[in-house]
Design a protein around this ligand. Structure first.
Ligand code: CIR
Length: 258
């Protein structure tokens, strides 16, 4: 059993101006670039304030979604795995992060078949859950489970509900034994043995919190979720996410952590 959020390092990527063209499922309005960049800067500053050593890679204008480094790799103290993102426009991102990862993780493994987005991978204390989704297919999950085994991690494959972009769009760790989940994921069989706390009514968008050491980062407009965390005695920091949410992202997406 290892603590899945005792991070010391993070790898981020600055947003390029093209981030305003990032993928979104509902075809909603573009984010405001200055606002999005400010949200990213505040996020990096917060990770540093929580004690992490954070490196920020240069922006990639050819890849509007490249600021979401979480989707292209998995990082652990024992090594890292380069993934194969499921959106065609994001596939080339891995060629721009391979070198940076290899420099930080000498034990760098690489998927060679199927597709997995890191947003579909939830690390628990004793195992890793891979959620099948529109981005993560069975072949990719099988390949990733094989690579995770080489790093000493057991994997389980779960189903992401239809309409939820990534597995972690709908659930995240509050602590090692407690999951925050949207109601559509309350009966996920892989959560057996864990306490599942549901997002309050109207706050499905809050589910992508990020636990970093003793603190939970949570979207600043999710007041009922914040009240729930406060009632549970969980230290939290409200973060602005309005602009990144316009391109379907939340708080875990903007970093790789180990
Ligand atoms: C995408 O659709 O790929 C980006 N616009 C959002 C990625 C969010 N990443 C994540 O949930 N891990």
């Amino acid at each position: 059993m290892t603590n899945p959020y005792a991070f010391t390092h993070a790898l981020c990527r600055a947003p390029a101006p093209s981030a305003v063209n990032g993928i979104r499922a509902d075809g909603g309005p573009d984010p405001d670039f200055a606002g999005l960049a400010a949200e990213h800067e505040a996020y990096v500053a917060t990770l540093r304030d929580l004690g992490l050593s954070v490196e920020v890679l240069p922006p990639l204008d050819d890849f509007p979604d490249a600021l979401f480094t979480e989707d292209v790799a998995l990082t652990f103290p024992e090594g890292a795995i380069l993934l194969r993102p499921g959106a065609p426009s994001r596939a080339g991102e891995i060629d721009h992060i391979r070198e940076a990862l290899a420099a930080r993780h000498p034990n760098l493994l690489e998927m060679t078949t199927g597709h997995v987005d890191g947003g579909d991978v939830l690390r628990l204390a004793d195992r890793v859950i891979i959620g099948l989704s529109d981005r993560t297919d069975r072949a990719g999950a099988t390949e990733l489970a094989r690579l995770l085994d080489r790093l000493g991690y057991r994997a389980e494959v779960a189903i992401t509900p239809a309409g939820v972009l990534h597995f972690k769009t709908g659930c995240s760790l509050i602590d090692g034994k407690t999951i925050l989940a949207v109601p559509a994921m309350r009966d996920c069989p892989e959560f057996a043995g864990l306490e599942v706390v549901l997002t309050p009514t109207g706050e499905d968008g809050a589910a992508n919190i990020l636990r970093v050491r003793d603190t939970v980062l949570v979207g600043d407009r999710w007041l009922a979720t914040q009240a729930m965390l406060a009632a549970r005695g969980v230290p939290f920091r409200p973060m602005a996410t309005e602009q990144i949410a316009r391109i379907d992202a939340g708080l875990s997406c903007m970093s790789l952590r180990w």
